[in-house]
Ligand binder design. Structure first.
Ligand code: PMP
Length: 360
């Protein structure tokens, strides 16, 4: 069947029938959850009213910032730790230490879950990520080692990452939207979200459009559009992204991860989002919806609007779903700092969004 075919394109062999129907039930608000990990996943799917009303298209955001560790990465961290326990690599309350290289969110998620399960953590992270992420890690009792970004190691190849989205986030979206999903949009850092959700959603509805929101300096847009990760001329003209001094954190990359390779067969389109556009969308959503988002979420929402406009879906009542990865509270010192933006030469100009909507 289709899902088996899609997954066979990669060299990861997954027992699809095992995972397809394992999506967790949506939460029963009357039930007591079991500890902090019981709060992970089953996040609400939220209608973004300002954009949905203006476009005549349902723009829905999966509110991943409501996870206890504050981001979508809680799902991945939980899955990685549970898989490691199942394989016997980790045993709770035996002094085991988890090492992880990350730009921040995954580290915070791991440190959160580690505390709940009796592990120590060492997080290795680039020295330029927003300071509030370091503070959160230290507060959670993690040891933090900061390195120049080029030497970072990461979970980009970890299959638990894909599985968390294929059997969790994807099925949740499908169920919550009652199968009325016409497009799914996501940025890609490790690629786990777009690969896992994209593969799942295409397996249940073949003609869903899966699109990547790609920030400035990332090569994924070119990979999707032209088959090459980046073209040299462009790379020379623009800053290439190695998670160095980028205002949009967590998405955008210039190499193909294993998770991304799994996702590419189901990715139909990509949208390049400038830093100024991401900033504009974040301010627009606070002003009109009271929605205070981090940088990758703002990119994702901007890409949804661009997709709707490109497809000519205005007024159609169709539905585009995206991921609201984390909240603005993780981004005070960069993306939400007027001073940082000014120094980086990034304008705060809401007309970049308002003009798009006005032309609807
Ligand atoms: N948003 C944020 C804030 C992240 O930290 C990440 C992960 N680096 C992503 C989005 C991208 O998700 P993925 O790794 O699944 O591609």
């Amino acid at each position: 069947n289709r899902e088996t075919r899609l997954l066979r394109d990669s060299d990861w062999h997954i027992a699809v029938t095992d995972v397809l129907f394992l999506g967790p039930a949506l939460p029963n608000p009357d039930e007591i959850v079991n500890g902090v990990t019981g709060l992970i996943g089953n996040t609400p799917l939220m209608r973004i009213n300002s954009l949905s009303d203006a476009l005549g298209v349902e723009i829905l955001g999966k509110a991943e910032f409501l996870n206890p560790g504050g981001s979508v990465k809680d799902r991945v961290a939980l899955r990685m730790i549970e898989d490691a326990e199942r394989m016997g690599f980790l045993r709770p309350h035996t002094g085991s230490r988890i090492f992880e290289g990350t730009v921040g969110s995954t580290g915070i998620s791991i440190a959160t879950i580690a505390r709940a399960r009796g592990y120590e953590t060492t997080i290795i992270m680039p020295d330029d990520v927003a300071e509030e992420k370091v503070k959160a890690l230290l507060s959670l009792g993690a040891e933090v080692q900061r390195v120049r970004p080029a030497s970072i190691v990461d979970k980009k190849q970890n299959k638990s990452n894909f599985d968390a989205h294929f059997s969790g986030t994807g099925p949740e979206i499908w169920k919550q939207a009652n199968g009325q999903v016409d497009a799914f949009v996501s940025g890609a850092g490790t690629g786990g979200t777009v690969a896992g959700c994209g593969q799942y959603l295409k397996s249940v509805k073949e003609d869903i459009i899966v699109a990547i929101s790609d920030p400035e300096g990332s090569g994924l847009y070119n990979k999707v559009k032209f088959g090459v990760l980046f073209d040299r001329k462009e790379a020379e003209g623009t800053k290439r992204r190695h998670q160095v001094d980028t205002v949009v954190e967590g998405i955008g990359i210039n190499r193909l991860t294993h998770n991304m390779e799994l996702g590419l067969p189901v990715v139909d389109d990509a949208f390049r989002i400038t830093d100024a556009e991401a900033v504009a969308m974040s301010r627009f959503l606070v002003k009109n919806d009271g929605l205070f988002l981090g940088s990758s979420s703002a990119c994702n929402v901007m890409a949804c609007v661009k997709l709707v406009k490109k497809m000519g879906w205005e007024g159609s009542g169709k539905c585009a779903v995206t991921i609201l990865c984390d909240s603005g509270t993780r981004h005070y010192s960069k993306f939400w700092s007027e001073e940082y933006l000014k120094n980086a030469g990034i304008p705060v100009d809401l007309s970049l969004v308002e003009d798009l909507l006005r032309k609807t």
